[in-house]
Design a protein around this ligand. Structure first.
Ligand code: C2O
Length: 575
């Protein structure tokens, strides 16, 4: 049967006549497919970096399976949990119109799938195309439980650029020579910081700059004259990454599955959660070239994994050679904030007839959220964080803690009290000089709560996300579930409404689902709350989400069928 949940904004924008829109949707529904997959979350033994490890995988693969779908298609993924940990799968960047039950963050839209349990995720891709991904959304499981989700344009539509000769997913990951769940559990026990990772990976391979990894290197054959599309995904747990390809220029054409104006660059930077599509012209006649990924570490004095992952792009007429040493690209310094800001400021939405911009020109809700680290007191100063306290993080000084008895979506949908509280503040409880070098210790301390902000259906929302210098200032990749948003402005220091709002780009701002808040700075985002559900808004550094850098937007149903949440699936896991 035709699925009209696709009666969406983009159709109405392009085809204002209802009849034309209906005809378009019927045609789309007839062309759309249903893809059924089985994910078995299971343990697997792998040899990596000179040792043998037991890791949790999907179907024994690292990274997990790449899913290929088209806009308008429906995905049905049956997930069986055969591991010893609770697990859920999140479809990062998928809007989940009417299907918030399939979004995946544990205790937000569902209880986790317990060991031995299963749950089937069902959702339709509506008005989206490009590079997204999926990952576990439970503790640090996503370190090894993640994969690409590639959405082609609807049949009969095409890219806003010439069809590339090859399309190559490049999934960046972060690797510990230990069980990542043990690493975070130990840090949680002591209240201190966790061990840094031991490597970064490209499509699961660290590359030959690491010990015992000569054959654990991702290699791609390319031909002279080809133009290839690299779909780069930062799946690292806690690290922003620079990526560059030796002796080849890249042209950015999309981020987070949203097209951009073509932008030429030598280097790209992705916060965890972000994706970037680049076209590369392979113009050399021969040779081997490294694609390299290394940390952008914006927090001064914070230790980080300073290793470099590599893949090899090799020109070949037949079999691949190993006789030539690949050329290493020049990577920016780990603290090169200037390059990051220059790159991000140069990206703009495509803003074409087929891919129009619809940034709210006026806002109904004007929110101001601080984001940053903090501390929680421990009895007798017995914790391993600064001053014997426990590390925490917060938004507007609320350090988010997950409920335990049921998900926020269930509690909201069935009107059950006591699971969360409303009234997440629209402004910081105290105003202070957020980006000052010496913030008084009295402001370092935060408290835990499960507090949400209710947004009326169809409200135009602006959030100023203001970084703080509490403990240490650093860049935060802030991700919103269920929505894409426009980044209308950003800058260093404290946001100044009078001065900064005048410079907002309301013409062709970049649209995405994860924004990097500049270190010691701010960003302004806008979106329309047109998707009912309970949507996690959080830092995509898993370390920070665990410390409480999160909150939830609750969007009640709208007035009609297309704005009403579906009934919960009958197999929704119980807590
Ligand atoms: Cu990539 Cu809350 O997720």
């Amino acid at each position: 049967m035709a699925d009209f949940s696709g009666f969406n904004q983009s159709c109405q924008e392009k085809l204002p006549l209802v009849i034309a829109c209906m005809a378009f949707l019927i045609a789309t529904a007839m062309a759309s497919k249903i893809h059924t997959h089985t994910f078995v979350i299971q343990s697997k033994t792998v040899t990596k970096l000179c040792a043998t490890h037991n890791i949790i995988t999907v179907n024994g693969q690292l990274p997990g399976p790449t899913l290929y779908v088209s806009n308008g298609d429906t995905l049905i993924v049956k997930v069986f949990n055969k591991a010893q940990h609770n697990a859920t799968i999140h479809w990062h960047g998928i809007r989940q119109l009417r299907t918030a039950w399939a979004d995946g963050p544990e205790y937000i839209t569902q209880c986790p799938i317990q060991p031995g349990g299963n749950y089937t995720y069902r959702f339709t891709i509506t008005g989206q195309q490009g590079t997204l991904w999926w990952h576990a959304h439970s503790s640090w499981l996503r370190a090894t439980v993640y994969g690409a989700l590639i959405i082609s344009p609807t049949q009969g539509e095409s890219y806003p650029f010439s069809k590339p000769d090859q399309e190559i997913p490049i999934l960046l990951g972060e690797w510990w020579n230990a069980n990542p769940i043990d690493v975070i559990n130990e840090a949680t026990r002591t209240g201190g910081g966790p061990n840094n990772s031991d490597a970064f990976t490209i499509n699961g391979h660290p590359g030959d700059l690491y010990p015992c990894s000569a054959s654990d290197t991702f290699r791609v054959a390319v031909k002279t004259g080809q133009t290839n599309l690299l779909r780069v995904i930062n799946g690292a747990l806690n690290t922003d990454l620079f990526v560059t390809l030796a002796n080849h220029e890249m042209t950015v054409v999309a981020v987070d599955a949203l097209y951009t104006k073509p932008h030429k660059t030598q280097v790209i930077m992705l916060g965890p959660g972000q994706t970037t599509d680049v076209l590369v012209n392979f113009t050399k006649t021969a040779g081997r070239f490294y694609l390299a990924a290394r940390a952008y570490a914006s927090g001064q004095g914070i230790s980080f994994d300073n290793t470099t992952a590599t893949a090899i792009f090799e020109y070949s007429k037949g079999s691949l050679s190993t006789s030539v040493t690949p050329k290493l690209p020049k990577l920016p310094m780990y603290n090169d904030t200037k390059t990051v800001i220059k790159f991000e400021k140069s990206l703009r939405s495509l803003a074409s007839v087929d891919h129009p911009v619809s940034v709210p020109q006026k806002v109904d809700e004007n929110l101001f959220y601080t984001v940053g680290l903090g501390l929680i007191n421990c009895p007798n100063q017995s914790c391993a964080g600064p001053n014997g306290a426990r590390f925490a993080a917060s938004m507007n000084n609320h350090s988010f803690v997950l409920p335990k008895s049921m998900s926020i979506l269930q509690a909201h949908h069935f009107g059950i009290k006591g699971v969360f509280t409303k009234g997440f503040p629209d402004n910081p409880p105290l105003q202070f000089d957020y980006t000052s070098k010496n913030i008084s210790t009295g402001l370092w301390f935060t408290e835990k709560s499960t507090t949400v902000k209710v947004l009326k259906y169809n409200t135009a929302v602006q959030v100023i996300i203001q970084g703080t210098g509490i403990l240490v200032a650093e860049s935060h990749p802030i991700h919103l579930h269920g929505y894409d948003f426009y980044i209308v402005g950003s800058g260093f220091g404290n946001y100044n409404e009078e001065k900064d709002s005048k410079k907002f780009n309301l013409v062709d701002p970049l649209k995405r689902n994860t924004v990097n808040i500049p270190v010691n700075g701010w960003a302004a985002i806008r979106f329309v709350a047109d998707n009912p559900g309970t949507w996690l808004f959080h830092c995509h550094l898993d370390l920070h989400i665990g410390w409480g850098l999160a909150m939830v937007f609750v969007v009640p149903d709208g007035p009609d069928y297309v704005s009403t949440l579906e009934k919960p699936p009958s197999d929704l896991p119980k807590c």
